[in-house]
Design a binder for this molecule. Sequence first.
Ligand SMILES: [Zn+2]
Length: 111
Amino acid sequence: MKKLDKCYDCGGRMVVKNAPFKVKGILVGNFPAMVCTKCKAVFYDEDMSRKVTKVTKEKGLWGLESTTRVNKIGDSLGVIINKKIIDFLGLKKGELVKVYPEGRNKIIIEI
Ligand SMILES: [Zn+2]
């Protein structure tokens, strides 16, 4: 592993340790990284970044985020959920979901 002397963000001292990597709140795994003792920034070297990406893809957590347009359906509005997210969640047509805002710029869809 290529070691960093100082943190890119704050100049703090770096230590090698296993750092948890999460995607959308789901733990992908713990991977060796350089972690800043001051601001807790985590840096993976090139090889480890490749490994983290590989494991993320294997676990089906890669590319779950998408941009979609809001459509008009009668008097309501609809948002398309893509196949990747459907497969990941095991969501089925006709299933009941709970939809509610969280703050003013986020919508939660709970299954
Ligand atoms: Zn730092």
